[in-house]
Design a protein around this ligand. Structure first.
Ligand code: IVH
Length: 663
C-alpha cells in the first residue's frame, strides 16, 4: 500500500472505530465483538506508529471511554479514571517494561497480576465509611451519578468496616450463570437476547429505574483506590478486603516477567472455568512508590498495562476468492486471506461454503472482514466491513465452466456443481489407484475410469467391492484379467499409513506431508480407517501448525478436510469395505531427523523404494539441497543438486556408501 492509501486507511479506521466505540460506550450496544474492535484499534495503532505525523487529537487512540448519557446527573472528578494501554504479545509486553524501566532508570522487581474483569468500571466514594456516591467512568473526567443503582449491588458495601474517607475503583460485572438466566427469561418473554454479560451489566447500571438494576444480580470486585497509603498494590488489595470489599481471588504478586507470562497463559486456557468473563490480565508495578513515579501518559498510567488474551476474532482482508472442486464435482468458494494470527495459529483461508454465503455476507474481493475461530472449528468470515471499502473491491462470480474437465457448471439448490460430476471423480480415482497410493496397478487408471462411467463403482471405496462377475459383464474383459484384478485389489486392501493419507487427495497434501502427518498422530500397528480418522481429527489447528515443515496453508487444508462430513463418510466406507492401515512402524530410527536429497540415476533400487527405506528409518526427504540437508545420495549422472551439495559442503554418498549406512 502506498503512503497515500495508508493515510486513507487511517481515516477509515478512525471513522469506523469511532462509530463502534460510541455505540458501545454511550448506548451499551454492539454490532461487532470486542475482539473485532480491538483488532481494528490495533491496526490503527500500528499505522499510527508507522506514520506519527497522521495522529490527530480526535483519533480514538487518543481518548478514553465515551460521552456521558444525557439523563444522569454528572459527576466531575479531579483524579480522572484512566484507562489501560493494551498489549497483545510477549514482545509488546517486554517493550512496555523496557519503556518503564528506562523512564525510572531502574530495574523493576515485582509485579501484581490481576484478571481483567470484563464489566463496567465504577468509582465509589465513601465518607467516614459510608457510601455517598457511585459513578460510572464516562469520559474519565466526567461520569454519571448512578449511586442509587449501585446501592442495589450486594457486594458493594454501603458501610465499611472502618470509618474511612476513601475513593475505591473497581468493576461491576454479571456472572455467566446470571447472564444465562436473564437471557432464558428474555427468550421466554419473546424479548431481545443480550450479546454478552458485560452489555447487560453496563445496561443495568445505567438504568434510570433502580428496580431494574436490582433485578439483575450484579457483582462487584474492587481493584484499587486513589491516594493509597499502602506500600504496594498487594497491600492495597488486602486493605480493601479488610474494609469489606471483594477482590478477584486469583490475583497474585509475582517476581518476574516469566511468572507474568505463566499467569497470563494459565488463565487464557482456564478462563472458561471462571463464572465471570475476563478478557486478559492487568499487570501493575507492585511498588506504589514506583507506580506513582511512573505517572501518566495520555490516557493511561505508565505503571500498568492490560495484557489481553488472544482474540477469538481478527480483522483481515480478502485477497481473492478461489473455487475448489470436490470429489463429487461440487464447487466450494474459498476466501484467500491476508494471513493473520488468531488464537495462536495463522489463518490464510476461510471456506465460504457456497455462493449463497457470499451473498449473505455481501462479500467482495478486497473487502475487510472479521474472521472468527471459536475453539476447534474451521475459521469463518463472520462479517464484512463495507465501511472499510476503498472502491477497488471486485464482485465475485461463480465460474460457468468446471475447473476440472471444463464441463458446464449447473446450480442445484444452494450448490454449484460440474455437470460432468464424473470428471472430477475420475481424476480422484486415478490418483487413488496410482503407484504412490493404493498401487492397484493391475486395475489401472483406464479401467477405473471405465468402471465409473459404466456405473460399476460410484466412488473409490466401491473398488474394494468389485467382483469377477461385475467385470465380466463388461465387453472385452477376460475372466483371467478379472480374477487377477480381484486378487490384486484384495491384496492391496492393506496400505501403509502415509500412502493411505496421500490417497485421500487432500488439497496441498503430498508425499512428504502425508509422511510427516503419519509420524505425528496416534497409531497402532494395524488400524482401521476410522482409527486413523479419530487420530487426525484429534489434532487441533495448533497441533498441525506446530508440526515442523507443515505451514499454515497446508495445516488449514488438513484441518478442514477432516471436518467435512462427506469426507468422513468416505473414510467410514473405506473402513466398512475392509481397508486396513499399517503404521510405518519404524523398527530402527537410524536416520531419525536426517534429511536426504536424491540425485542422478540410482541403480540398486527404484527411487520410490529408496524413499520408503529412508522414511522407514525415520529420515526425511527433500527435493532441494540447502544448508539443512544432511546427505545427498548421488547416482549416475547427478544433476545440479550435486554441485549445490558440494558448494554447501553437504555430505555426498554414492550408492555403496548409502547401502552401508542403511544396513
Ligand atoms: S486497573 C488505570 N484492574 O479495564 C486504570 N482495571 O482499560 C486502572 N479492568 O477501565 C485499572 N479489571 O474497567 C484494573 N483488575 C483490574 C481490572 C481493570 C478490569 C478494566 C477497568 C479499566 C479497564 C482498563
Amino acid at each position: 500500500m502506498s503512503k497515500f492509501e495508508e493515510k486513507r486507511k487511517i481515516e477509515k479506521l478512525k471513522e469506523v472505530i469511532k462509530y463502534h466505540r460510541d455505540l458501545y460506550h454511550t448506548y451499551d450496544k454492539q454490532e461487532i465483538s470486542d475482539s473485532a474492535l480491538d483488532a481494528l484499534k490495533k491496526e490503527l495503532v500500528d499505522l499510527e506508529k508507522k506514520y506519527p505525523e497522521f495522529i490527530t487529537n480526535d483519533s480514538p487512540t487518543q481518548r478514553v471511554g465515551g460521552e456521558p448519557l444525557k439523563d444522569f446527573k454528572k459527576v466531575n472528578r479531579e483524579s480522572a479514571m484512566l484507562s489501560l494501554n493494551d498489549v497483545f504479545s510477549r514482545d509488546d509486553f517486554n517493550d512496555w517494561i523496557k519503556r518503564a524501566e528506562s523512564y525510572l532508570n531502574k530495574k523493576i522487581e515485582g509485579y501484581y497480576v490481576e484478571l481483567k474483569m470484563d464489566g463496567l468500571a465504577v468509582e465509589l466514594i465513601y465518607k467516614k465509611g459510608v457510601l455517598v456516591q457511585g459513578a460510572t467512568r464516562g469520559d474519565g473526567k466526567e461520569g454519571e451519578d448512578v449511586t442509587e443503582n449501585l446501592k442495589t449491588i450486594e457486594s458493594i458495601p454501603l458501610k465499611l468496616k472502618k470509618k474511612v474517607d476513601i475513593v475505591v475503583r473497581g468493576e461491576v460485572f454479571l456472572s455467566k450463570k446470571e447472564f444465562i438466566k436473564i437471557n432464558n427469561t428474555q427468550e421466554k418473554l419473546g424479548k431481545k437476547i443480550y450479546a454478552n454479560p458485560r452489555n447487560v451489566a453496563a445496561g443495568s447500571v445505567r438504568q434510570l429505574d433502580s428496580k431494574i438494576t436490582a433485578s439483575r444480580r450484579l457483582s462487584f470486585f474492587a481493584y484499587g483506590m486513589i491516594n493509597s497509603l499502602t506500600k504496594n498494590h498487594k497491600e492495597e488489595h488486602k486493605f480493601l478486603k479488610s474494609l469489606g470489599f471483594l477482590v478477584e481471588p486469583n490475583n497474585l504478586e509475582v517476581k518476574n516477567v516469566e511468572d507474568v507470562f505463566k499467569f497470563r497463559d494459565r488463565w487464557e486456557k482456564e478462563r472458561e472455568k471462571l463464572n465471570y468473563e475476563v478478557d486478559g490480565v492487568v499487570v501493575r508495578v507492585n511498588d506504589n512508590n514506583l507506580f506513582d513515579k511512573l505517572g501518566v501518559v495520555g490516557k493511561a498510567p505508565r505503571g500498568a498495562v492490560a495484557y489481553k488474551f488472544s482474540p477469538k476474532e481478527a480483522i483481515t482482508q480478502v485477497l481473492d476468492v478461489r473455487v475448489q472442486v470436490g470429489r463429487t464435482g461440487v464447487l466450494t468458494p474459498v476466501a484467500v486471506l491476508k494471513p493473520v494470527g488468531l488464537h495462536g495459529v495463522t489463518i490464510s483461508h476461510a471456506t465460504l461454503h457456497n455462493y449463497d454465503e457470499i451473498k449473505r455476507l455481501g462479500l467482495k474481493i478486497g473487502d475487510t472482514v472479521i474472521i472468527s475461530r471459536a475453539g476447534d472449528v474451521i475459521p469463518k468470515i463472520i462479517k464484512v466491513l463495507p465501511e472499510m471499502r476503498s472502491g477497488n473491491e471486485k464482485e465475485f462470480k461463480m465460474p460457468t465452466k468446471c475447473p476440472i474437465g471444463g464441463s458446464m457448471v449447473i446450480k442445484s439448490g444452494a450448490l454449484y456443481k460440474c455437470s460432468d460430476v464424473k470428471a472430477s471423480l475420475a481424476e480422484f480415482l486415478k490418483h487413488f489407484v496410482s503407484r504412490k497410493t493404493f498401487d492397484i496397478r493391475g486395475l489401472g487408471r483406464k479401467n477405473v475410469v471405465r468402471f465409473l462411467k459404466e456405473g460399476l463403482i460410484k466412488d473409490a471405496a466401491d473398488i474394494f467391492l468389485l467382483s469377477k462377475n461385475d467385470m465380466a459383464k463388461l465387453a472385452g474383459f477376460g475372466e483371467l484379467s478379472a480374477s487377477n484384478i480381484v486378487e490384486e485389489i484384495k491384496e492391496k486392501k492393506e496400505i501403509d499409513l502415509p500412502k493411505f493419507i496421500l490417497s485421500l487427495g487432500i488439497l496441498h497434501v503430498g508425499e512428504e506431508t502425508s509422511y510427516l502427518l503419519s509420524k505425528n498422530i496416534k497409531t497402532k500397528k494395524i488400524m482401521n480407517p476410522v482409527y486413523v480418522m479419530e487420530s487426525i481429527v484429534n489434532l487441533s489447528m495448533e497441533d498441525l501448525q506446530s508440526i515442523n515443515d507443515i505451514g499454515p496453508v497446508v495445516a488449514e487444508s488438513i484441518f478442514e478436510w477432516w471436518r467435512d462430513n462427506n469426507n468422513l463418510d468416505f473414510i467410514k466406507k473405506l473402513d466398512k469395505v475392509g481397508v486396513a492401515v499399517k503404521d510405518v512402524n519404524v523398527a530402527s530410527q537410524k536416520l531419525k531427523g536426517k534429511t536426504f536429497v536424491l540425485t542422478g540415476t540410482l541403480s540398486f533400487m527404484s527411487r520410490d523404494e529408496i524413499k520408503d527405506i529412508i522414511r522407514g528409518l525415520g529420515g526425511n526427504l527433500s527435493s532441494v539441497v540447502s544448508s539443512k540437508t544432511d546427505y545427498v545420495v548421488a547416482g549416475e549422472s547427478p544433476g545440479s543438486k550435486y554441485n549445490k551439495a558440494r558448494d554447501l559442503s553437504v555430505i555426498i554418498l554414492n550408492e555403496e556408501e548409502f547401502k552401508k549406512m542403511i544396513l
